[in-house]
Design a protein around this ligand. Structure first.
Ligand SMILES: [Zn+2]
Length: 114
């Protein structure tokens, strides 16, 4: 159900942006997907097809871009970018005591429309 809620969120943001820009049809939605968001794009695409029926975004293509994960290490204080690993650690000192600054959320980056 995680994907369902995220999909509805993506759709409502895209439709709102479409309305603000007075577009006719939304053709494409570019989405930044945090690597730790836990969302599976194929499910989002499936739910989107259902949720967007009858809206201006019906049939829109969803393009997912991996958003890198940024962490701030609590041990050495370094800001780093890490890539998906099962057990992420600070690349500078190897500590697993860090705060995730970015990389777990889903964002609509832009839409393409007529
Ligand atoms: Zn560190």
């Amino acid at each position: 159900m995680h994907e369902m809620a995220a999909t509805e969120n993506i759709l409502s943001i895209a439709l709102k942006a479409g309305e603000e820009n007075k577009v006719g049809r939304i053709n494409k939605i570019n989405i930044e997907l945090g690597m730790y968001s836990g969302l599976l794009p194929e499910f989002v695409i499936k739910y989107f097809a259902i949720a967007s029926e009858g809206t201006k975004a019906e049939g829109a293509e969803l393009v997912f871009m991996d958003e890198p994960v940024h962490i701030k290490c609590n041990s050495c204080g370094a800001d780093s970018e890490i890539f998906k690993e099962s057990e992420p650690v600070c690349p500078i000192c190897g500590s697993s005591d860090f705060r995730m600054i970015q990389g777990w959320d889903v964002r609509v980056k832009s839409i393409e429309a007529d």
